[in-house]
Design a binder for this molecule. Sequence first.
Ligand code: SF4
Ligand code: SF4
Length: 241
Amino acid sequence: MQETIDLIGHRELRNLQRYTRETGQPTKLSDLDLEPMTSFQSIEIDEEHVTIHYNKTTKRRYNANEVTHKEWVYKYNDDPEYVEALRRVIELSRKHLYDLPENLACPPGCAECCSGYEPFVSRVDVQRIADHLKMSYDDVMNEYVVKRDSADGFSVGWLRKVDAKGASSEDTTDKCVFLMGSRSGRYYCGIYQARPADCGAFTPIGCEDVDTALPRRGEYKPGRPFEPNRKRAARNGRMSK
Ligand code: SF4
Ligand code: SF4
């Protein structure tokens, strides 16, 4: 093991000597930090250098803490290949900023997933929707759920789909019965507070259906909530007061 480290040390020494010859920058093996970079705190980039601060440690003292970090500086001397690689890394980081947990949000009004998937519902989901709409459990099952018990009995079915005219549909690409709004960018869930756990657990991470044309910023105001068809329910005598 020791031998291996020595070999690495000698190889790195040769690299450092070559680097010194090529760049004129003073280097010696003791400057080389072979400790792994376990955590880094910041990256600064100027026209010639990339500086990384890492492995911050805090020594707790009586009246003041001593905070130290290590520093790695790479002088790239306008090396065009390196600058290009750096530019690409920064671009990719910006692009994937949206994937960070703190930025995890769907573009408002997207709701593409409310048309391509059928959320499964459990008894608890159905009861929550029933309470929200002031209906009975059975009414919600009859009106809004395609009944199909899962093998383990947890799901009792999935939310019904409706076509553009609001008629019940077998086409799984049609929209969820509770989806409100006229078009992408204006869609919203009509029972948001009571939506099935399946919907709540759906995240935009890795979502391939996202409507990328929609802006992510800006205020979004959903419209009126979903209202059950009270006339039909009254006609069927199923609506609770
Ligand atoms: S981004 Fe994906 S998960 Fe979010 S609303 Fe659109 S389709 Fe659904
Ligand atoms: S219940 Fe709401 S969130 Fe779930 S699929 Fe329907 S409209 Fe979308």
